[in-house]
Design a protein around this ligand. Structure first.
Ligand code: FES
Ligand SMILES: [Fe+2]
Length: 433
């Protein structure tokens, strides 16, 4: 493919072929997915020795295994005999070893070849033969892998996210819900949909009475980015300025209630009770938001969530973090919703989206294991009004983008800056030697 024609131009226009062309998708596999660090699973999914998770990226399958209480390893998920995939999905390896289903070759949890049935009938297999390792590192309670043996370390790759996110202790969150589905659009269409607030007025107009969608801030962070209620745009209990309402024309209590409802089941029951209590009481000159933030701090404190490093206004303000290339989502003290999006095989027109609800566990509560649930067709499930609206856009974006009658994408300089930043970073990978 003529690379020059699909790169971001000097005028920042984004060619449509980046979303629609099979050749471009192939190029992404060759130069992007084979080089980046990507999240394979959560650490708690491979909590016990012998637990495993399969991670699929494009046509590659990676096997992540807890080999000792302190060690997580990753391998190319292929038998050294005739190539059979060794494990699928997630679970516990029986008998503490990796056994091929086909001719029963066995490997230990470090990938070493343990047993070849009728070994004397093979040409001698050298001592120390084993599964090919994939580089893996851990950060934030996530297990990361890279297919590039030469890639820089994970810490350097993620910089500056580890220091920015340190107060959130993502490693202490627990995976509560794990939902996956196939969306009818390129993986970048799905990432883009959660990497800007510009579409709220167009796609989710029902939110405008409850949220200021205009004052969101956007900022690149190394190859990554974030947006949302950043330091100059903390949450206020006010509607969208697009509605032109002035104080007195809206009810802060209703806005607070909707903010909490918008987060779905993630906010605890007692937080809902707190809002009701605040609405019913007199504020004595304090703002409703500050009263709620204080109450929320006490509730999180009582639950053992470390909140000392957060200012009051951070307790109600999401930081929507974009981990290049394919993970994005709002992070609050004590909770996070993370979306991981991957190409679906080598298809440029569909993607797999995983939704992870992570929550700080209650003090002393037993560890729970979230069940993976997969919906091959997103319309099989009700994802909630807002997400349904986002997903319903996907096919229209992908089909429309294929039209030969349209120009390159035109991005909003401020509100879609993260999307342009992503494309520029992709180009750095595509053009790197
Ligand atoms: S393919 Fe694995 S043992 Fe034959
Ligand atoms: Fe949306």
């Amino acid at each position: 493919m003529d690379l020059e024609r699909v790169l971001i131009g000097a005028d920042d226009t984004v060619p449509r072929a980046r979303y629609t062309s099979a050749e471009f998708a192939a190029l992404e596999f060759e130069r992007l997915w084979s080089r980046v660090w990507q999240v394979a699973c959560r650490e708690e999914e491979v909590a016990e020795v012998g637990a495993y998770c399969e991670y699929l990226i494009g046509d590659q399958s990676i096997l992540v295994v807890r080999s000792t209480p302190d060690t997580i390893r990753a391998f190319h998920n292929t038998c050294l005999h005739r190539g059979t995939r060794l494990a699928e999905g997630s679970g516990l390896l029986p008998e503490g070893c990796i056994r091929c289903r086909y001719h029963a070759w066995r490997y230990d949890l470090d990938g070493g070849l343990l047993e070849v049935v009728d070994a004397d009938e093979f040409d001698p297999i050298p001592e120390g033969t084993g599964l090919r390792a994939v580089r893996t590192e851990r950060w934030g309670g996530f297990v990361w892998i890279t297919l590039d043996p030469e890639a820089r370390g994970l810490g350097e790759y993620l910089d500056p996210l580890p220091s920015l996110l340190a107060p959130y202790h993502l490693d202490r969150l627990e995976l509560r819900t794990y939902l996956s589905t196939v969306l009818p659009a390129n993986w970048k269409v799905a990432v883009d949909a959660f990497n800007e607030g510009y579409h709220v007025q167009g796609t989710h107009p029902q939110l405008l009475p409850w949220t200021d969608d205009v004052s969101l801030e956007y900022e690149p962070l190394g190859i990554h980015a974030h947006y949302g209620r950043l330091p100059n745009a903390r949450r206020q209990l006010r509607p969208s300025p697009r509605l032109g309402l002035v104080p007195g024309e809206y009810d802060e209590g209703e806005i607070l209630e909707n903010f909490i409802r918008g987060l779905g089941g993630l906010f605890y029951k007692d937080e809902r009770a707190l809002v009701e209590e605040i609405r019913a009481s007199s504020l004595d000159g304090e703002t409703m938001l500050s009263r709620y933030q204080k109450g929320r701090r006490a509730l999180l404190d009582a639950r053992g969530v470390a909140v000392d490093d957060f200012a009051d206004d951070q307790l109600t303000s999401a930081d929507d973090v974009y981990f290049f290339p394919n993970m994005v989502g709002p992070i609050y003290p004590g909770i996070a919703i993370v979306f991981r999006v991957r190409p679906n095989g080598l298809d440029p027109d569909t993607c797999i989206k995983d939704t992870w609800f992570l929550q700080w566990p209650k003090v002393g509560a037993p560890r729970t294991r979230a069940e993976r649930r997969f919906f091959p067709d997103w319309t099989e499930r009700d994802w909630g009004e807002i997400t349904n609206q986002d997903y319903a856009n996907m096919a229209h974006v992908q089909i429309g983008m294929k039209s030969r009658g349209g120009p390159a994408l035109r991005l909003n300089r401020r509100q879609e800056a993260n999307i342009l930043h992503m494309h520029r970073t992709i180009d750095r990978y595509l053009t790197a030697p």
